[in-house]
Design a protein around this ligand. Structure first.
Ligand code: SF4
Length: 455
């Protein structure tokens, strides 16, 4: 894959199926000078924790880091709306020189007095790592002063890659679960499960909760979509953890198995095939024959309805080509299958934080000639989308302008989401959105290969 247009060190992170050895380098820090599309450690931690609805999320750093706010991801709440605020200690030059601990303590006092929260997360940013503010000590003192939970999140932006932020968030959640006391904190309830790696974007967790309810299975708490402090403290009551986003939650699932004996199961509710397989595997893991029968009835009913709706879009989209660049590997795997359901082949696929086994699975799934890349930069995405003749890019907020500048249709699978893409209902939404963007008449005014449908 290496040629004169590519930075030499990047060659191991890019492969073409069928042309090179299977293994791809991944889970490494980004290469300096490549302007990686990947976010920083702090951002990874905030992605995971921000959907906790009744917590105060206080960013200790310059005001720019706090520009990551609720509206970038749009997770929904059934109770508190506290998480939609963005708080920052707004560190300035004086604080960088003399330290920001006093400012952090004062900010905590002010926020507690004004909002009376039970839980506060304090996120470390790059500059806090540089000046060495003792976040743990300040949080502990505030916890004592106010009698609430104040959890430091060690997420200095430069201290690794986005995966390190996921881990920092999981460590914060583990602290919270471990601290939970009182009767019932560890009592196991039948068919009561936690849903890990689900952030309730556009209400997706509620769709899956309804499916599971029909099977006689209840979601104890989702990590972290629509989660509250009260619910999170009961996490040990579950008999099973199901995990959607493995990139962010694999570490937490492993730790909960080790510490509290809760087994975990990888699931995906993207696309018809994976949704049906996940419902079946949950019933199987719970060893509940009634749940399995109810799952079959649900799948038959919902899959039938969804297939009928999707078929219309499939006829229009047959033969189009897609490029995919998303955060985690498991989502990428599901998207390959989901695109096939609507008649589209994925010709370029990459992730920000995919793991080796996920890239192996991607490699097995895609057709020869597909370009696979880890931690890409805009130049690489542009080049391979053009070379592969993609009509559509699936990505997040950072990829959208690139697609439009190339005259290629775009689907945001991570941010700014207005409708859910999970479950059978989500699969229909996805097909409709792909159709609306790929077959938009606008592309005929832009350039010939930029999409558009024959009619
Ligand atoms: S890289 Fe550092 S300065 Fe930039 S957003 Fe992340 S924490 Fe803030």
């Amino acid at each position: 894959m290496l040629d004169e247009r590519m930075i030499g060190e990047r060659s191991e992170f890019i492969a073409t199926k069928g042309k090179q050895k299977q293994s791809l380098k991944c889970d490494a820090d980004s290469i300096a000078g490549c302007v990686s599309q990947r976010a920083c450690v702090y951002c990874g931690a905030r992605v995971v924790l921000n959907p906790i609805t009744d917590a105060i999320h206080l960013v200790h750093g310059p005001v720019g880091c706090a520009s990551y706010t609720w509206d970038i991801r749009g997770s929904l709440s059934s109770e508190s709306e506290m998480y939609r605020n963005s708080f920052s200690t707004d560190l300035k030059e004086q604080d960088v020189i003399f330290g920001g601990e006093k400012k952090l303590a004062a900010s905590l006092d002010e926020l507690v007095e004004k909002y009376k929260p039970e839980l506060v997360f304090v996120y470390a940013t790059c500059i806090v790592g540089v000046i060495g503010d003792d976040l743990t000590a300040v949080c502990k003192a505030a916890e004592k002063r106010h009698g609430i939970k104040v959890i430091p999140v060690q997420s200095s932006g430069f201290a690794g890659n986005k995966s390190a932020g996921y881990r920092a968030a999981c460590d914060a959640l583990l602290q919270l679960i471990a601290a939970a006391e009182g009767k019932g904190a560890a009592l196991k309830e039948k068919n009561c499960i936690n849903y890990l790696g689900e952030f309730n974007l556009a209400g997706e967790a509620w769709i899956i909760a309804n499916y599971l309810r029909e099977m006689g299975v209840s979601i104890n708490v989702a990590f972290t979509g629509d989660a509250t402090y009260r619910r999170l403290k009961t996490a040990r009551q579950a008999t099973l953890n199901i995990m959607q986003c493995a990139g962010s939650m694999h570490y937490l699932a492993g730790k909960m198995q080790e510490k509290y004996g809760i087994p975990y199961l990888q699931v995906s509710f993207l696309g018809l095939e994976d949704t049906a397989a996940s419902l079946r595997s949950i019933a199987k893991a719970l060893q509940d024959e009634t749940a399995a029968q109810k799952a079959e009835a649900l799948i038959q009913r919902e899959e039938g309805k969804a297939k009928a709706a999707i078929d219309y879009y499939r006829q229009k989209l047959l033969g189009k080509k897609a490029a995919v660049y998303v955060g985690g590997g498991f989502k990428a795997i599901s998207l390959i299958k989901q695109f096939r359901e609507i008649g589209i082949e994925v010709v370029m696929i990459g992730t920000q934080t995919g793991r080796q086994e996920e890239y192996d699975a991607i490699n097995r799934l895609v057709a020869d000639g597909t370009v696979i890349l880890d931690d890409a930069n805009p130049a690489e995405l542009e080049r391979f989308m053009v070379e592969q003749g993609a009509h559509l890019l699936v990505g997040g907020v950072k990829e959208r302008p690139l697609a439009y500048k190339l005259g290629v249709a775009f689907i945001d699978h991570n941010h700014d989401r207005k409708h859910p893409l999970s479950g059978f209902a989500g699969a229909v939404n996805f097909a409709a959105e792909v159709y609306a963007t790929v077959c938009s008449p606008v592309w005929s005014y832009v350039k010939e290969q930029g999409g558009g449908c024959s009619e």
